[in-house]
Design a protein around this ligand. Structure first.
Ligand code: HEM
Length: 224
C-alpha cells in the first residue's frame, strides 16, 4: 500500500514526474535555441560558444546527465500513463465527448515517438558520430560550418523544419497539460494558460525554423 502511494507509483505522481521532466526538457530546448541562434551573429560567435561548452566539462556533462535522466523519466512516465489509461478503459467510448482533450492526446502520442527518432537522428548528425549529409566534411570544431552546410541541402532543411513544427505542437500540448497537472485548471485561467502555452511553443518553433530557412534563403552566409 505504502509502495503504491510513492511518487512514481501513483497516477498523480507519474503525472507530476512527467510535468517536471517536461519542464526540464522545455528549459533545455529554449536554452539550446538561444545558443544556436548565434548562427545569425557569424561563425566566430557560434564556434566560440560551442568551444566554451566543450571546454567546460562540468557544464557539458552536468547538462547531459540531467537531460538523459529527464528524457528517460519523461518517456517512462508517458508510456506508463498511456498503459494505465488503456487498461482502465479496454473498450473505447462509442462517442468521445471531449474532442479537445482527445485531439491533444493524439497529437502527443504521434509527436512524442517521432520526436524521439528526430533526437536520435539529430545527435548522430551533429554530435556523435557527427555526419556529413552531403559533399562536405563534418568538423569537430566548426559548428557553424556543420549547421550551414547541412541546412544548404534542401531535404535536410525540410526534415529539420518538419521536426520543429512537431516540437512546437508537442511543447504546446505539453505546456498545457503541465499547467493542468500543476493545478492551474480553474476556468478563470483557461485563456491565459492557452496563450502562454501557444506563445512559448510558437517562439521556439519560429526561432528554430528561422535557421534552416535563413540558410536556404542565403541570409545566413555560407561557411568559408
Ligand atoms: C533548427 C534547430 C536546431 C539546431 C540548428 C540544432 C543544432 C545543434 C548542434 C549544432 C548541436 C551540436 C553542438 C555542438 O557540437 O557543440 C546540437 C546538439 C544537440 N541538440 Fe540540437 N539543434 C536544433 C534543435 C534541437 C531540438 C529541437 C532538440 C530537442 C528536442 C535538440 C537537442 C539536441 C541535443 C540533446 C544535443 C546534444 C547536446 C550535447 O552535446 O550534450 N536540438 N544541436
Amino acid at each position: 500500500m505504502e509502495k503504491a502511494l510513492t511518487l512514481s507509483h501513483s497516477t498523480i505522481g507519474k503525472k507530476a514526474l512527467l510535468a517536471v521532466s517536461g519542464l526540464v526538457l522545455f528549459g533545455f530546448v529554449i536554452g539550446h535555441m538561444l545558443g544556436n541562434l548565434q548562427v545569425f551573429l557569424g561563425p566566430e560567435k557560434l564556434n566560440a560558444y560551442a568551444a566554451t561548452l566543450h571546454h567546460t566539462p562540468a557544464l557539458l556533462w552536468g547538462t547531459r546527465i540531467v537531460l538523459v535522466v529527464a528524457i528517460i523519466t519523461h518517456i517512462t512516465m508517458a508510456l506508463q500513463l498511456m498503459g494505465r489509461s488503456s487498461a482502465a478503459r479496454p473498450v473505447s467510448y462509442a462517442k468521445k465527448d471531449n474532442a479537445v482533450t482527445s485531439y491533444a492526446a493524439i497529437t502527443m502520442k504521434l509527436s512524442g515517438p517521432i520526436l524521439f527518432f528526430y533526437i536520435v537522428f539529430h545527435l548522430a548528425h551533429f554530435t556523435v558520430p557527427g555526419l556529413a549529409l552531403g559533399s562536405y566534411e563534418h568538423s569537430a570544431t566548426n559548428v557553424y560550418a556543420n549547421v550551414v552546410n547541412a541546412f544548404s541541402i534542401p531535404w535536410v532543411a525540410a526534415v529539420y523544419i518538419i521536426a520543429q513544427v512537431l516540437v512546437g505542437f508537442h511543447l504546446y500540448h505539453g505546456a498545457w497539460s503541465m499547467f493542468q497537472t500543476l493545478g492551474l485548471s480553474h476556468p478563470r485561467y483557461e485563456g491565459k494558460k492557452k496563450l502562454a502555452a501557444q506563445s512559448l511553443a510558437l517562439i521556439v518553433m519560429i526561432g528554430n525554423i528561422s535557421m534552416p530557412v535563413c540558410v536556404l534563403a542565403g541570409v545566413i552566409p555560407q561557411a568559408t
